[in-house]
Design a binder for this molecule. Structure first.
Ligand SMILES: Cc1ncc(COP(=O)(O)O)c(C=O)c1O
Length: 393
């Protein structure tokens, strides 16, 4: 029997796909040892000088509210970083600091989506976008990408889905779960499309510092005329191993940011003050730890790509982020069956593509967020698991 509150849920609360994640986490909780290659949470700890800045902020009584858009010094540092790293032209007053990019996503949709608006999203995808669009009465429209193209976006696939109701396109590059990087020439084609059909762009660049040569990042809002129709999202979780601190931001033209300041205040008033001081230290302090983490990811990625190929598993070669989207259809199992069986029998946790809006059930996402020796051990266990199923067949 369902509760009264459950029965009175608003229609905007639709069934989302959190159930499988919860099931996997519950199975893992009962296992003596798990090699977690599931969540997108770096194994590295936040670099020491960042944590020290947070401790200093507490000692200095920096535990009051800040303005809703964030600490002025942090907004300035973000604007300087966007300019220096990506050539993006934002002033400090065009930044809103939020509780992770996650809160920025919700804020964007609250600000822009009306009932029935269609939102095109690079897919397979980070399904927070679906939930945020649903909550605001919009309709998410996946734009598929394919293994044969290493999951690169094809502009024709975007254009084929544009209707009079299309409000925006969400460009996530590098993408989660595929790691696909949209090349600069395709970014330019998307800009032409946005102009032609008068659609807005959310450029989610949270993985932009994690790109492996020869792949290149081009920030969408640097293109002529594009800043006016773009919201750029970025944050600290991935680059600085700061997932739990909850700091991200959106950057957009000033008058739009001004209009979103009150809704942002309504959501959570401000991002945790101590975390904002940590984020400031991340941007202004030494970057050696970030380089060390990047180098480790690059090494793991190269090893894993080779190991997967040797195991006869195909994948889309990832240009960025820290995921490999791997095809397990040759095992005869669906991705959820594969992930649940693998976890129960070996303690290795990976997530099925079905958790990322992929209807095919042919893919798993491997996050290479463990030290290389553990990744090697996990790969041996994956191979053993596949072999055991073959023997049983
Ligand atoms: C594409 C993408 N955007 C946004 C987020 C949210 O990140 P956070 O809220 O930790 O900044 C994630 C997290 O996995 C992501 O993969």
């Amino acid at each position: 029997m369902t509760s009264l509150l459950h029965d009175r849920l608003a229609p905007r609360i639709v069934e989302e796909d959190g159930a499988f994640r919860s099931k996997m986490l519950a199975i893992a909780a009962d296992l003596p040892r798990v090699i977690a290659l599931g969540r997108g949470d770096p194994d590295f700890h936040t670099p020491g000088h960042i944590a020290e800045a947070a401790k200093a902020a507490i000692d200095d009584n920096q535990h009051h509210y800040t303005g809703p858009t964030g600490l002025p010094a942090l907004r300035q540092a973000i604007a300087a970083n966007l300019r220096g790293e990506y050539g993006l032209d934002y002033d400090a007053n065009e930044i809103i600091v939020t509780a992770g990019v996650q809160e920025s996503i919700m804020l964007c949709m609250l600000g822009l989506i009306s009932e029935g608006d269609e939102v095109l999203i690079t897919s397979p995808r980070f399904t927070t976008y679906d939930t945020a669009v649903h909550l605001c009465g919009g309709v998410p429209i996946p734009v598929p990408t394919f293994e044969r193209d290493d999951f690169a976006l094809d502009v024709a696939e975007i254009e084929a889905r544009i209707t009079p109701k299309t409000k925006m396109f969400v460009l996530v590059s590098p993408n989660n779960p595929t790691g696909a990087v949209t090349p600069p020439d395709v970014i330019r084609q998307i800009a032409a499309l946005a102009e032609k059909h008068d659609i807005l762009i959310i450029a989610d660049e949270i993985y932009a510092k994690l790109i492996y040569p020869p792949h290149e990042h081009l920030s969408f809002a640097t293109l002529p005329g594009m800043k006016a129709r773009t919201i750029t999202l970025n944050g600290f979780s991935k680059t600085y191993a700061m997932t739990g601190w909850r700091v991200g931001y959106m950057a957009a033209p000033r008058d739009f940011v001004d209009k979103l300041t009150e809704p942002r205040h309504t959501l959570s008033i401000n991002t945790c003050t101590v975390s904002q001081h940590a984020a400031l230290a991340a941007l202004t302090g030494p970057q050696d730890d970030m380089q060390m983490m990047y180098d480790a990811y690059a090494e793991r990625r190269a090893w894993l790509m080779e190991a997967l190929s040797a195991a006869g598993l195909s994948y889309g070669a990832p240009g960025g982020a820290f995921y490999i989207y791997t095809n397990i259809s040759s095992t005869g199992m669906t991705a959820p069956e594969f992930c649940e069986g693998l976890l129960r029998e070996t303690g290795v946790m990976v997530f099925p593509g079905t958790m990322f809006g992929d209807d095919s059930a042919d893919y798993i996402r491997i996050s290479y967020l463990q030290p290389l020796p553990l990744i090697k051990e996990a790969m041996g266990l994956i191979q053993g698991f596949i072999d055991s199923r073959k023997d049983a067949a």
